[in-house]
Design a protein around this ligand. Structure first.
Ligand code: NDP
Length: 334
């Protein structure tokens, strides 16, 4: 059974490739350049000597037909996972060009190519985000997969909002595509919140980390800070769970056609500091105000229907995720 995954060199995607190879799937990953694929090919094949993994270069996902060639060459692809989208801040381009255009055009481009050239594909899973759900509400809200972010592009004036809007617009466009075009395949979307966790291979921890993991590494780089008691705050999920849920979204029929909003627990900066200080007392990190922490006030989330559609799921807890993230980070950067 072959699976095509876009953005295969990304933080989340490499974990997806890992879980797919472990489960015996043949994997075709698209990357923007061959040099991004080479170290991954080497290390995955070391880890899974009989694993079936190939990489294809798709330089610009926004070009219509960008995925045509790959889909024409691999007629045995049954499942497609679209993870490629701008996910790091600090891009040196106008906001629309940096975030909205690749997210939106990339999603539509792969869906159109599948419809036209790969009638055998049965399921497509698109990596969306909790950013497509979160409402920036001042009052307490319990979020579910029925919520949509109210953010409109006209109100975007910074990178964070541009990222959030790009995810909402891309996800909406995918659902609209299916409704209007009625393709052979079903889609589901995965809406993870902040994704923490270690990289698949240690050497990857020495690269620029994803924006979510940087919340943690920023804390350990600022040992004297008195900030972070309430900000940042949000909902977390471990990258290994995000990856497994991408695989389950292909395997569990009850989840087809669903917005898979997933998350493990809410946190504040203080929650992270408390975990770090408990587990790494010798590192003399900022202490903040441990007793004031109350992550239950951040917001609520109800994902029972999603978990049921996956046949049940136990998430990796925040403490293990944070400890694994910083242990690997220190090992590679100290
Ligand atoms: P990474 O930045 O590690 O990976 C993103 C992938 O998308 C890379 O392969 C990257 O290629 C590719 N990509 C980025 N911009 C473009 C572009 N303009 N054209 C083509 N490809 C592009 O991010 P993550 O693994 O963290 O994110 C993966 C997906 O998960 C994204 O869709 C993101 O929005 C979503 N997500 C992530 C969360 C998180 O906390 N990390 C939370 C919720 C959702 P290259 O390496 O060449 O730049």
């Amino acid at each position: 059974m072959s699976v095509l995954i876009s953005g295969a060199n990304g933080f989340i995607a490499t974990h997806i490739v890992d879980t797919l190879l472990e489960a015996g799937y043949s994997v075709i990953g698209t990357v923007r350049s061959a040099t991004k694929a080479e170290p991954l090919r080497r290390d995955f094949l070391k880890k899974y000597p009989t694993g079936k993994l190939t990489f294809e270069v798709v330089e610009d996902i926004t070009v219509e037909g960008a995925f045509d060639g790959v889909l024409q060459n691999y007629q045995d692809v049954k499942y497609v996972l679209h993870t490629a989208s701008p996910a790091t801040l600090g891009l040196d381009k106008p906001l629309k060009e940096a975030y909205l255009d690749p997210a939106l055009a990339g999603t539509l481009s792969i869906l159109k190519s599948i419809k036209e050239h790969a009638p055998q594909v049965t399921n497509v899973v698109i990596t969306s985000s909790f950013a497509a759900i979160f409402g920036f509400n001042k009052e307490f809200v319990t979020y579910t997969n029925k919520h949509w972010s109210p953010l409109e592009w006209d109100h975007v004036d910074n990178e964070v909002l541009a990222y959030c809007a790009s995810k909402k617009y891309a996800e909406k466009a995918a659902w609209e595509f299916v409704e209007q075009e009625k393709p052979n395949f079903k889609i589901s979307t995965i809406c993870p919140p902040y994704v923490f966790g270690p990289q698949v291979f240690d050497w990857m921890a020495a690269r620029k980390l994803n924006t979510s993991n940087e919340l943690i590494t920023n804390l350990i780089k600022a040992p004297q800070t008195t900030e972070f008691v309430e900000k940042p705050s949000g909902l977390f999920v471990d990258v290994r769970d995000v990856a497994k849920i991408h695989r389950l979204a292909l395997e569990k029929e009850a989840s087809y056609g669903t917005r898979l909003f997933i998350g493990c627990q809410t946190f504040t900066g203080q929650t992270l500091l408390n975990i770090l200080n408990k587990n790494f007392p010798d590192k003399k990190l900022a202490v903040g105000a441990p007793e004031k922490d109350d992550p239950s006030k951040v917001f609520g989330f109800d994902i029972d229907n999603v978990i049921e559609s996956l046949g049940g799921y136990e998430f990796i807890p925040l403490e293990r995720s944070v400890v694994d993230t910083v242990s690997q980070y220190w090992k590679m950067t100290d």
